[in-house]
Design a protein around this ligand. Structure first.
Ligand code: G3H
Length: 328
């Protein structure tokens, strides 16, 4: 894998990339394979490599911040917590750090909340360009009545969510009912209207990497603007093998249709060095366009805290031996 080199972070402007989708191509779905042992070998080889040279780390950490969907998805969420989260999204690191780096106006990519908190988040982010993403459709299991799942999307859009993270019905994947998965995704896409739609596959519950690949493809055919690994609530969430599988499907879909679909690893990404590894992998496999917020996001509740700590150590020169090790 190449080492990331970039000395300056340019603040991204978010222009959404839309996926119009296509007719369900069952032959293509049937032909999808995933060579699990090769994928696992490649994933295992990634962790030990330095993904960013020390001189370039600050720029890449800032880039990572701009790609976070800063998330709170807890049963005990309150308006106060969501307001604090939004304040953090507006000003993710201390102003002195940005001054030191000659950068102003850095924000996270979005704020991600349950439907009930969309209104609070929209009000708290007024005047900023930070979109609110709502998890919808009976998150996280997606097992509430179908008409209610569809209705929830409309409610979130009307409350001001610009991005909707839907959960798919895992049973359609586990039973190979690709038509049902396609129809469900298509209807959810339509209900989102102008809002950007991310399809959460809950890959930890799909049994095989081949299922992950086929579900990725069907959701893209049905018009998902992003494919997202996990709700963060499964036993296994974002992993490197799943990431390789999904981003190669994104590449195949682009090769065949010319359409770029985004990728959102989510759940359990809490360390700055893991974030940098993901960015290096995206650059390697898909190229620069997938280092922008219209095509890449981290779904993460605690990643920002670790990035901030690493940035502070970087800028003050106070790298402890432990931190040097943590940053690889
Ligand atoms: O979609 C985002 C995930 O729920 C966040 O998961 P996390 O709390 O493990 O970072």
């Amino acid at each position: 894998m190449q080492t990331l080199t970039e000395t300056k972070t340019q603040l991204p402007t978010l222009t959404y990339t839309r996926n119009p989708g296509m007719a369900l191509d069952l032959d293509w779905v049937a032909s999808v394979q995933a060579n699990t042992s090769a994928i696992e070998r490649r994933a295992a080889s990634l962790g030990g490599r330095r993904s960013v040279k020390k001189d370039f780390q600050a720029a890449w950490l800032l880039k990572a911040i701009s790609l976070i969907d800063l998330t709170t998805l807890s049963g005990d969420d309150t308006e106060g917590r969501v307001k604090r989260l939004c304040a953090k999204a507006r000003q993710p690191v201390a102003p002195w750090m940005l001054d030191r780096l000659g950068l102003q106006g850095l924000t996270t990519g979005a704020v991600c909340v349950y439907h009930d908190m969309v209104g609070t988040a929209v009000r708290a982010l007024e005047g900023s360009n930070i979109p609110v993403a709502a998890v919808s459709t009976g998150f996280p299991a997606g097992l509430s009545p179908y008409r209610l799942r569809i209705a929830e999307i409309g409610e979130s859009v009307r409350a001001g969510a610009k991005e909707i993270d839907i959960v798919i019905s895992r049973r359609h994947v586990l039973t190979g009912n690709w038509q049902a998965l396609y129809d469900e995704m298509r209807e959810m896409r339509a209900e989102c209207g102008d809002a950007h739609v991310k399809a959460i596959l809950a890959t930890g519950e799909l049994a095989t990497l081949r299922n992950v690949a086929r579900a990725s493809l069907v959701c893209m055919m049905a018009g998902a603007d992003f494919i997202k690994t996990s709700t963060g609530k499964e036993n296994v969430n974002a992993t490197l093998p799943v990431t390789l599988t999904m981003i190669r499907c994104i590449r195949d879909y682009q090769d065949r249709t010319g359409i770029k679909v985004g990728y959102k690893p989510a759940g359990g990404i809490a360390k700055a060095k893991d974030a940098l590894l993901y960015l290096a992998l995206m650059k390697d496999e898909l190229g620069h366009p997938w280092l922008q917020p219209d095509l890449f996001r981290f779904g993460a509740s605690s990643l920002l805290g670790d990035i901030e700590r690493q940035l502070e150590h970087h800028l003050t020169g106070q790298y402890s031996a432990a931190n040097r090790h943590a940053m690889g």
